[in-house]
Design a protein around this ligand. Sequence first.
Ligand code: CTP
Ligand code: MG
Length: 237
Amino acid sequence: SRIGVVLVAAGRGERLGAGKPKAFVELGGRTLVEHCLRTVTSLPSGGHLVIVVPEHLAGETLRLVAAAEPTGANWEVSVTPGGRERHESVKFGVDALPEYADVVLVHDAARPLTPAALFARVTAEVRRTTDAVIPALPVVDTLKRVGADSIVHETVDRAPLVAVQTPQGFPRELLAAAHDRLGTGAHDAADHPTDDAEVVQRAGGTVRTVPGESLAHKLTTPGDLALLEALLAAQNG
Ligand code: CTP
Ligand code: MG
């Protein structure tokens, strides 16, 4: 059955420092939003994709959508303005989805090379378990706990630790109820959830993992742009 996808693209991209919001930066001649748009609308389930963007870029986003090659006819695409914090942008996106979307995937536009197979893997596990499902990769570096004085306190056991990605998938009701519970009011800056699985966990939901993908790498700093360009070039052989 048809799914809902919330593509969050309303951040400012301050750490990248490209002079414009990160989702509108180009990688291999296409904006990050366009990369994600093409991947999502290639998914055979069909459904509704809502792209959450800075308000002043809503018109430009609609033009990008209109200019995209015709894809699966079973996809509808809409554009909606985001909020100050990521979790607010997600809530606005979920609220904009049509009723029929019983499974919702939330995806960062900042992960432009995420393969369609990962969207399918997450969706299948949500349907199988009716729990929240997130992609996770083992942590490979040695981890240390460091004090404010830059002195190492200890090495942290990495065996139980994973790095998590998007798309994160949820039964729609579970995600909507968890975000309603959190609300969009002022929160302590340190208390902002940085992903949706955290929002669901705070509401008491169970979160499961599936294997992630190195291609789902997030664009955060200028160094990531070089890495993603290389990954894209390698893909295009
Ligand atoms: N995001 C959003 N609305 C916000 C903040 C973030 O839709 N108010 C989105 C971003 O567009 C991005 C994803 O959430 O696709 C992950 O956030 P992050 O990597 O932090 O992106 P930015 O907030 O844009 O970057 P920065 O924190 O460096 O400003
Ligand atoms: Mg941010």
